[in-house]
Design a protein around this ligand. Structure first.
Ligand code: SAM
Length: 286
C-alpha cells in the first residue's frame, strides 16, 4: 500500500476514526501512532525480515500492523478491544499474512498461537498501563520470542536499561537485564500519537539472552533479595534486607556475607551489579 494511504498519515487515521465513530478508551491505553518516521525506526530496531513471524501486541486500528505485514512473513496481532475488530478487518484487508486475535495479551498463549517449535519477534506500541506485567510475563514465561521491540514510557525504558550506581537503576533494570540485552533505539515525543500521551515515549529492544549472564543457585530467592534491596532506597542494604521478614535474615548474617564479598556494611543496594546480587543470594539463601 502507498504510504500516503496508510494510517500513519494523520488524515487517514482521522477519516477511519470518524467512519467507524470510534471512541478512544483510556482504560486500554489507546494512543495511536501518526508518524511514519517513528514506525520505520521501530521496524529498523526490530530488524524484521520476511522470514520472521511477528506478534504485535495491541494493533489498535492497524497503523503499525500495515508496515509489519509488508516487512514480515506472518503477523499475529493480539487486540483486547472488540470495537476495533471491524476497523482492523477494513484497514488490513489487503494483507493476507495477518491474523487478528481478539484476546488479552496477558492471557494469551503465544506458543500455541504461533505453532509448536516456532519462534517470533514481538513488536508493539504498548498500552503503558500494563508495560511491566507484559514485559516481565514475556521474559519470565519462557515465550519463544527472539526479541521484544516496544514503544513504552520513556522513564520506564531508561529504568530497564539503567546501569548500577545511577539514580534510576533498580529491581526492574536487574530483572530485565537478567533475561535480555537492552538497546534504546529512539525517543518519541507526544505529538507522534493521537491522542497525545501525557508522558514522553521511547522505543526499546530487548534481545533474549541464550543463557542468563550469571549463575545463581536459587533464581527466585535472588529476585526477592533484589526487590527488598530497592524497597527503601535511602537505607543501607543491610537495613533494607533485615526489614524484609520473608527473607528471614539478621544483621550478622548479612554483614558476614557482605564482608566475604569485600563489600562495606554500609553499602547501598543500587551500587551492586547482577553478579554481586547472585553471589549475595548464594551466600544468604541457605
Ligand atoms: N498499535 C497501535 C498504534 O501504534 O497506533 C495502537 C497502540 S495503543 C498504545 C495500545 C493498544 O493495545 C490499543 O489498541 C489497546 O486497545 C490495546 N490493548 C490494551 N490492553 C491490551 C491487552 N491487555 N491485550 C491486548 N491488547 C491490549
Amino acid at each position: 500500500m502507498d504510504d500516503m494511504n496508510k494510517l500513519s498519515n494523520p488524515q487517514v487515521t482521522i477519516q477511519t476514526i470518524q467512519k467507524y465513530n470510534f471512541h478512544f478508551q483510556k482504560k486500554f491505553g489507546q494512543n495511536f501512532l501518526i508518524d511514519d518516521h517513528v514506525i520505520r525506526k521501530i521496524l529498523a530496531a526490530a530488524q524484521i525480515t520476511e522470514k520472521d513471524t511477528v506478534v504485535e501486541i495491541g494493533p489498535g486500528i492497524g497503523t503499525l500492523t500495515q508496515y509489519l505485514a509488508e516487512a514480515a512473513g506472518k503477523v499475529y496481532a493480539v487486540e483486547i478491544d472488540r470495537q476495533l475488530l471491524p476497523i482492523l478487518e477494513d484497514t488490513l484487508q489487503e494483507y493476507e499474512n495477518v491474523t487478528v486475535v481478539n484476546q488479552d495479551i496477558l492471557k494469551c498463549n503465544i506458543s500455541d498461537m504461533i505453532g509448536e517449535g516456532k519462534t517470533c519477534k514481538i513488536v508493539a506500541n504498548l498500552p503503558y498501563y500494563i508495560t511491566t506485567p507484559i514485559i516481565m510475563g514475556l521474559l519470565e514465561g519462557g515465550v519463544p520470542a527472539e526479541s521484544i521491540t516496544v514503544m513504552i514510557q520513556k522513564e520506564v525504558a531508561e529504568r530497564m536499561a539503567a546501569a548500577p550506581g545511577t539514580k534510576i537503576y533498580g529491581a526492574l533494570s536487574l530483572a530485565v537485564q537478567y533475561y535480555a540485552e537492552t538497546y534504546l533505539a529512539a525517543n518519541v515525543p507526544p505529538n507522534c500519537f493521537m491522542p497525545r500521551p501525557a508522558v514522553g515515549s521511547a522505543v526499546i529492544r530487548l534481545t533474549r539472552r541464550e543463557a542468563p549472564p550469571v549463575e545463581v543457585r536459587d533464581e527466585k530467592y535472588m529476585f526477592r533479595l533484589i526487590r527488598a534491596s530497592f524497597n527503601e532506597r535511602r537505607k543501607t542494604l543491610v537495613n533494607s534486607l533485615r526489614n524484609e521478614p520473608s527473607l528471614g535474615l539478621d544483621r550478622e548474617k548479612i554483614e558476614a556475607a557482605l564482608s566475604e564479598m569485600g563489600l562495606s556494611a554500609t553499602v547501598r543496594g543500587e551500587t551492586l551489579n547482577l553478579e554481586q546480587f547472585a553471589r549475595l543470594s548464594d551466600l544468604l539463601s541457605f
